[in-house]
Design a protein around this ligand. Structure first.
Ligand SMILES: Cc1cc2nc3c(=O)[nH]c(=O)nc-3n(C[C@H](O)[C@H](O)[C@H](O)COP(=O)(O)OP(=O)(O)OC[C@H]3O[C@@H](n4cnc5c(N)ncnc54)[C@H](O)[C@@H]3O)c2cc1C
Length: 686
């Protein structure tokens, strides 16, 4: 790595900017980024650095569930499995390219054992069998877990490996622009501009220029555009960085939503549901408590079993609503919180119906029964029995099933042994994202989206497949870069020739929005054209409410159309009228733009899907013109199931969309002698 300074003449001023030359810049410090850095280093690509807005921030280090799952090839006992079978399960989820599925399956064991070898404590038996369990959308027992904090442990151990190798980290550096070579055939990334947030008040606004051969974009999911995310607060995402330079995205219609706690953001899946808590809603002030699920389920048995099932079937799924399915619970929670403006809680301190069955209760219960575990079907009861978790109250059962699940909330200021746990239907993950080839390289040469920002999955994915994909992506990109792109970046003079226009535009942007003449000390305000002051926070709130109302798990064509009109209007308004009183908040303005642009592209993707007669699927349900849930899951032509939607912005920031055939799983020729010959001849990684 070579570090220095460059002088940029702009507007009769000279700006001195820090300047870094490097082979590969890795953006982000989640599990995907850190693994990619380690993989590159291990393959001899050592001229690398990490730029992250917040070391320790992001989803991997801060999110989890009762038993956070890592999806891997079955590697224990008598469980039959093969990479092809695993690829088929990934592919079966719908709208996932088969060659990508095969890569994720082939590198699964390697990724998993990498983590084992650096100390992630995945459980194994005394014969070394890394046993597994069945996770969502999984035909075998491919799920494993290191506990509620699997991805945090991955972060911790990978971070140690990064530090051990001395890989430089630019912490508090928010990357705000990707630099591209606009000349020649096809776009190619040549570097990036970041803001050093600790230096944002300096004359150069904290800008720093990276001249790099490759960029690995590992910025995670687009959490910042939702009102109710279960992503941690430190995760906002930066997909817009790549969208604004023309990177193609795919399957943006396919996100996952499910029940999460809101005060401390966490998935209430698995044992939290298998303990069968009581669901209650209250008014805004916590009064007028009601067990709101009771009226919508046909019987006490179906309600109790649906709650239990929610443990396995955590993500909201359109096919699991009818006939008292587990996703009916999400619909009812949404109705209470969004439609009725009430609050919803899980109560682990009482059983369902308990309060209504008291002699002095004046509420009539729909079911003529008391809660008892024999309401469960045999499989569910057997599960609790085998787990020695037949306690009287939900909290006792949870304690027996999974004590760390209780402690986790305690450690975050919520004592579910005594108090109710507030929940909502939250955005958790995006299966779609930026498109890459089988080496995770995007349509922009030398730009590799890895981790959640990369959209390798489609309509459904097995639980835990996201963490596997993030690890595999790093291995694939490192293989490719070490063979083909392990060269120094452009000479400084040539780089500056290529990048000067973008660097000047960046300085001009800061110059335009920072009002040096202002006396006000409020740095977090924006003036719009009518001189009406709007805060960054208010603008974000508008986006988040819009996205959660129209682009989440319940979607309506008219609603999306209206949301899009409002979104574009807001984008234009922000683009033309933002001013700041100091450069301290400059990075926040970039973030606001990024989130605004990203939510527009997501809404455009959803609109196009609905225009193509797309029906309810995966983790969303469509409502018809009468605002009723539309359970029709089959499109007339099924066009949207056989094609993957790709979306991007052209040079004029106009949205472009095309649909491409889903590529099947390749009929891979694994005849050893053929593979060995091609491998020796260097024909594999091309
Ligand atoms: C509650 C919850 C439970 C989950 N459970 C599971 C599970 O059981 N199994 C599973 O497979 N997946 C699960 N997931 C999903 C999985 O955790 C994430 O997909 C994965 O951790 C994402 O890793 P990542 O490295 O891609 O991104 P992240 O870990 O989110 O990291 C992104 C990084 O990029 C940085 N960054 C962003 N923008 C910029 C910028 N402009 N400049 C510099 N840095 C930037 C962030 O600070 C962060 O360091 C869960 C997610 C949630 C929210």
């Amino acid at each position: 790595m070579h570090c220095g300074k460059i002088n940029i003449e702009y507007n009769s001023n000279t700006f001195e900017l820090p300047y870094v030359e490097i082979n590969t810049l890795i953006i982000g410090s989640g599990a995907a980024a850190l693994n990619a850095a380690v993989q590159l280093y291990n393959k001899g690509v050592t001229n690398i650095a990490i730029a992250t807005d917040n070391w320790g921030g992001g989803t991997s280090n801060n999110a989890g569930s009762d038993k956070q799952t890592y999806y891997k090839l079955s590697l224990a006992g008598k469980e039959m499995d093969s990479p092809y079978a695993m690829a088929s399960d990934l592919f079966w989820g719908g709208c996932m390219h088969g060659d990508i599925a095969l890569c994720e399956a082939h590198h699964s064991a390697e990724s998993f054992y990498n983590l084992v070898n650096i100390g992630v404590p995945f459980p194994h038996d005394k014969y070394g069998g890394y046993t597994g369990y069945k996770t969502d959308n999984d035909s075998r027992a491919r799920g494993t877990s290191a506990g509620p904090l699997t991805s945090h442990l991955m972060f911790q151990k990978l971070a140690k490996e990064v530090i051990k190798r001395g890989i430089p980290v630019f912490n508090n550096h928010e990357v705000v622009e990707l630099l591209v070579n606009r000349s020649g055939v096809g776009k190619k990334v040549i570097g990036a501009i970041a803001i050093n947030k600790k230096e944002a008040n300096a004359n150069n606004y904290g800008y720093i220029i990276f001249n790099s051969t490759n960029i690995l974009l590992c910025t995670g999911g687009p959490a910042g555009m939702y009102k109710w995310p279960v992503y941690p607060e430190s995760q906002t995402g930066s997909t817009g960085l790549a969208l604004k330079i023309g990177a193609v995205a795919q399957n943006l219609t396919e996100s996952q939503f499910g029940l999460g706690s809101v005060k401390f953001r966490w998935n209430v899946s698995g044992s939290y549901q298998q303990a069968i808590p009581r669901y209650v809603s209250t008014d805004k002030d916590g009064n007028d408590e009601r067990e709101f699920l009771n009226d919508s389920f046909a019987s006490a048995e179906s309600l109790v079993n649906a709650i239990f099932l929610k443990g396995y079937q955590w993500p909201f799924n359109a096919v699991r609503i009818k006939n008292d399915g587990s996703s009916l619970i999400d619909i009812l929670v949404h109705r209470e919180t969004v439609k009725k403006g009430r609050r919803v809680f899980l109560d682990f301190t009482h059983n369902l119906f308990d309060i209504y069955c008291r002699p002095n209760s004046n509420v009539k219960l729909k079911y003529d029964t008391k809660f008892h575990l024999s309401l469960l079907n045999d499989e569910a009861y057997g599960y609790l029995e085998k787990s020695n978790a037949l306690g009287r109250l939900p909290i006792e059962r949870l304690n027996e099933l999974n004590r760390p699940a209780i402690d986790l909330y305690k450690n975050n200021g919520i004592d579910i042994e005594r108090e109710y746990l507030e929940i909502a239907v939250c955005a958790q993950h995006c299966n779609g994202g930026l498109k890459g080839n089988i080496w995770w390289e995007s349509n922009i040469k030398n730009l590799f989206p890895i981790g959640e920002v990369a959209g390798t999955h489609g309509v459904n994915r097995p639980g835990g497949a996201s963490l596997n994909a993030g690890q595999v992506g790093g291995i694939r990109a490192a293989m490719y870069i070490s063979e083909n792109y392990n060269s120094p970046p452009h000479e400084k003079e040539y780089f500056l020739e290529l990048a000067m226009e973008q660097i000047s535009d960046t300085l001009s942007f800061a110059d335009k929005i920072i009002r040096k003449d202002s006396n006000s000390s409020d740095s977090k305000t924006i003036d719009n054209s009518k001189s009406e002051r709007v805060s960054i926070q208010d603008s974000l709130e508008d986006i988040r409410l819009r996205m959660s109302a129209s682009g989440s798990h319940i979607r309506n064509k008219d609603g999306v159309r209206k949301a899009l009109m409002e979104a574009w209007k807001q984008f234009t308004l922000l683009k033309d009228n933002v001013t700041l009183q100091s450069s301290r908040s400059l990075a926040n303005v970039y973030k606001l733009y990024d989130i605004c642009l990203t939510h527009i592209v997501y809404l455009e993707a959803i609109m196009e899907y609905l225009d193509k007669d797309g029906k309810s699927r995966g983790s969303f349900i469509i409502t018809n013109s009468d605002n009723e849930l539309d359970f029709d899951l089959k499109s007339i032509s099924d066009f949207v199931s056989n094609n993957i939607q790709e979306i991007w912005l052209d040079n004029n920031m106009s949205v472009k969309i095309r649909w491409v055939d889903v590529r099947p799983i390749p009929d891979d020729d694994v005849w050893f002698e053929s593979v060995w010959r091609d491998f020796r001849d260097g024909k594999i990684i091309q």
